[in-house]
Ligand binder design. Structure first.
Ligand code: MSP
Length: 641
């Protein structure tokens, strides 16, 4: 039996998972489920990265121990993966002793085979705390790295890994293994990064306590990538007395990670493994980012999305479907609840759900609540299915899940066309439930069974329900289910409620409680109707807010944002920039010369990379901003109270 070992990145445990993490685990789960039914012996690993400065700091802020924080947050990871029906076989925490054993074994093997590859040295350079890595000089501009994170000059004495010695070997490996990094764009990036020459990598810290002590020198802890990446083998028992799983599953078939950490997986990790004389993983696949208003969703940007309401209200499967269907693997995609609702009604309630109900109802009405008595192996739908199944399999095997689902939908279109052209209701009226009608309805149900089998790795729970309703065997989850001629005859079908009840999108969106938790700083600081129980504030508290009249001197839309407008406003003695979420309502021409009321003493905040110094007041009517107006004669700078 071919073995298939797939891993996700291990997610930082300093915060609850967000939609980016969810996507990664869902895609890995889709692959794992698909490979299992194709007959592979699958091992699917996910887990949490629990050491390092971020976690140490988050815990210190809460005045708890890092392990207490990790224990608490890891629970939300477990709960969420359960809720999303993630079928991982193992979950590794880097604070487990099996992980430490694996890390020590890896370092030991490197020291033994290539004694000079780990050495104590001094390093100065631009250090990015957020990425926990040194950033090359040419990637630093105005104190920021290419991702916009702050960097600072740091000198450290610590252990280094001689990464610089591996450039040529890595380049050769990429050349000889063209599919080592997927997609090709990521391969190109990595190749050009390595071609520029690699610097040695710092792998220990003395300034951080929260980590695995460096072997032989406990003043240092092993830092970040040497620790984290090793999870892929430590979880398999590498270095322990029982390393059967390691012997069986390593090398991994796929490390599935976001594009931001492809480099660490495709450069550092293979170099460590080469140094230790361990076989390299077969592939590193980099997915794109979920964005909000075109910005990466991440904790550090404060714009996380956790669509718990969507999962609660619709179940895990429609949400899984949406994430997989909406994003082209490898590319970025904006998230919105509205887009989810649109796809839910169109693709699921309408296309998939209605066709199912319609087909089952006909079978039930014409054939006494059962599947038709006669199968059929010569018809248009069979031809369509036989053409589409191999195409579907090709797409599934090349990370094109979106296109694989599209193939299923093409079969759905063919089914609907077939129903319309055969007019079974007319036939039933004219000649009753004869053999020809039996074949027609059986064809419809059989091809629907194939559609639901195609979507099964993405929607594992609902597809079982649908297959049961059709009269198919929901436990037939092998590759045999992906061929024509499987649906049994004379099996009870179930006519019941729609499998995806339609949702009133307007009502759903109109209910603010329903929308996903997003900590995006509100782009326009609008005054919502105050809830009656809003806490009262004192006059002193109110006077602490410096409200002023300001004149808009210039306005331009913020690039790549639908809502944001960058305003230059004059406050009587100086000009400042304010970013306001008013671009859906106002054009720059309408704004210039207008007087508005601003909060002048607000802490600066960055919105889409632009620093905003204050807030423009506006009322909000169903999310649509309406600026407060000021009489023309009031000079800019006048206090408002
Ligand atoms: N702990 C490291 C990985 C170590 S792997 C040996 C890490 N953790 S993370 O929590 O920041 O990210 C975990 C995974 O989620 C990464 O693959 C990352 O790319 C992915 N995502 C984080 N934000 C994302 C989006 N907004 N969209 C999609 N995935 C992104 O990095």
């Amino acid at each position: 039996m071919p073995k298939f070992y797939i891993t996700t990145a291990i997610h930082y445990v300093n915060d609850d998972p967000h939609i980016g993490h969810m996507y990664e685990n869902i895609v890995a789960d889709v692959i794992a489920r698909h490979r299992r039914r194709m007959g592979d012996d699958v091992w699917f690993l996910t887990g949490t990265d629990e050491h390092g400065q971020k976690i140490e700091r988050s815990a210190a802020k809460e005045k708890i121990l890092p392990i207490e924080l990790a224990d608490r947050v890891v629970k939300t990871h477990h709960d969420l993966w359960k809720r999303l029906n993630i079928s991982h076989d193992d979950f590794i925490r880097t604070t487990e002793s099996r992980h430490r054993v694996g890390v020590y074994e890896l370092i030991g093997r490197i020291q033994e085979r290539n004694p000079g590859d780990i050495y104590l040295g001094e390093h100065s350079g631009w250090y990015c705390q957020s990425e926990e890595t040194f950033i090359p000089e040419n990637q630093v501009k105005d104190g920021l790295d290419q991702e916009g994170h702050k960097v600072e000059q740091t000198t450290e004495r610590n252990y280094f890994f001689k990464l610089s010695a591996y450039s040529d070997k890595l380049l050769k490996h990429y050349r000889d293994n063209q599919s080592f990094i997927y997609p090709q764009t990521r391969m190109n990036e990595v190749v050009s990064f390595v071609e520029q020459g690699l610097r040695d990598l710092s792998i220990s810290r003395t300034t951080v306590q929260w980590g695995i002590p460096f072997p032989g020198n406990p003043d240092h802890v092993i830092y970040v990538w040497m620790d984290a990446l090793t999870n892929y083998i430590s979880a398999l028992g590498f270095g322990s007395a029982d390393d059967k799983a390691y012997e069986k599953y390593w090398p991994a078939n796929v490390h599935l990670v976001g594009k931001d950490i492809v480099r660490f997986h495709a450069v550092y990790w293979p170099a460590f493994l080469m140094a230790a004389g361990i076989e390299l993983p077969k592939q590193v696949a980099g997915h794109g980012w979920w964005l909000r208003d075109n910005q990466k969703i991440s904790k550090s940007l404060g714009n996380v999305v956790r669509p718990y309401n969507i999962i609660d209200d619709f179940g895990a499967d429609p949400f899984r479907y949406f994430l997989v269907r909406e994003m082209v693997f490898g590319q970025d995609q904006n998230y919105s609840d509205e887009a989810f609702l649109g796809r839910y009604n169109a693709d699921l309630a309408n296309d998939l759900g209605n066709t199912l109900s319609r087909a089952i109802k006909m079978s039930s009405d014409y054939f006494g609540g059962k599947t038709p008595p006669t199968p059929c192996d010569d018809n248009d739908l069979l031809l369509a299915a036989e053409e589409l199944i191999p195409e579907y399999l090709r797409e599934m095997d090349s990370f094109a899940f979106q296109r694989a689902l599209d193939v299923a939908w093409r079969l759905l279109v063919a089914i609907n066309g077939y129903i319309v052209s055969r007019e079974p209701w007319k036939k039933f009226k004219e000649t009753g439930a004869d053999e020809s009608l039996s074949r027609i309805i059986w064809n419809v149900l059989e091809s629907l069974r194939i559609v639901w089998t195609m979507v099964a790795p993405v929607m594992p729970t609902v597809s079982r329900e649908a297959l049961t309703r059709i009269g198919a065997d929901p436990d037939l989850i092998t590759k045999d289910a992906l061929r024509w001629g499987v649906l049994p005859n004379n099996r009870p079908v179930r006519v019941t409620d729609p499998i995806f009840p339609r949702i009133d999108t307007v009502a759903y969106i109109g209910d603010p409680k329903k929308m996903s938790e997003s900590q995006t700083p509100p782009p326009v600081e609008t005054t919502q109707a105050a809830p009656p129980d809003l806490a009262k504030i004192s006059i002193d508290q109110f006077m602490g807010v410096d409200l002023r009249v300001a004149e808009i001197r210039a306005a331009e839309k913020v690039e790549k944002s639908k809502k944001l407008m960058k305003l230059t406003v004059f406050t009587g003695d100086s000009e400042r920039t304010i970013v306001a979420g008013i671009a859906t309502k106002y054009t720059p021409e309408e704004l210039v010369g207008r007087k508005v009321v601003i909060v002048a003493n607000l802490q600066p905040a960055k919105l889409m990379g632009v620093e905003s110094n204050g807030m423009v007041l506006a009322a909000s009517i169903d999310g649509e901003p309406s600026l407060l107006s000021v009489d023309a004669g009031v000079p800019a700078g006048t206090k408002v109270k």
